[in-house]
Design a protein around this ligand. Sequence first.
Ligand SMILES: [Zn+2]
Ligand SMILES: [Zn+2]
Length: 226
Amino acid sequence: MDHKVLYSSAGIATQILVQDRKKMMILLDVGDGIIRDLLKEEISFPLSIPLHIFLTHGHYDHCGGLFSLLGFLRMVGQSSPVEIYYPKGSKEIEGLINLFISSYQDTTPFKLKSCDLQHKDKINISNDIRVVAYQMKHMGSTLSHGILSEIPALGFAIFKNEEKWLVFTGDTGMNDNLPNFLRNATHAYIEATNLADHYSPYHLSIKKAQELGKLAKDFTLVHTRR
Ligand SMILES: [Zn+2]
Ligand SMILES: [Zn+2]
């Protein structure tokens, strides 16, 4: 089983690929360009293994490629199941899933399952792989409206047997769950949107992310600014 950042840039897209080529594929977020990024990996479609998509929150740079990806899988005749997990109450993600189902239900060749998650929910992917959701702290901001209200946001920890093998924060500001979430992870992907040590309540700075990364055995900063 291996993992790789396919692409990650704040406000553009983030997608992380986790796969065991014979057993299953996990995508952590699917921003714009997800199909192009997967094809670059020379993955052949349709997949013969189940696909599990875990979405950290509803911002376009994390779920904007979902509709395209489902459409692509429908077109190529994917028959193995596709499962989507997302934070409970994420309107954007529910809207995208519902739009796909209502548009293509009769001609979708794969079984599509979706499931909303809350803090500490566990999903068993196989006998030895499970994913645990952790509540994060995130809110939107736009140039015209400034900082907006908090939105449902999760980080995901992938356990291999009892090993906390990989964690991904998604977008988040500092919160009480982060240290425990990151501690002793074999590898951590940590968001580092803010430059240097600039503080904001809904993103981490590079300095803070590096400091938190020391809790894990190894880490990579993602979601940096272009
Ligand atoms: Zn983002
Ligand atoms: Zn975001």
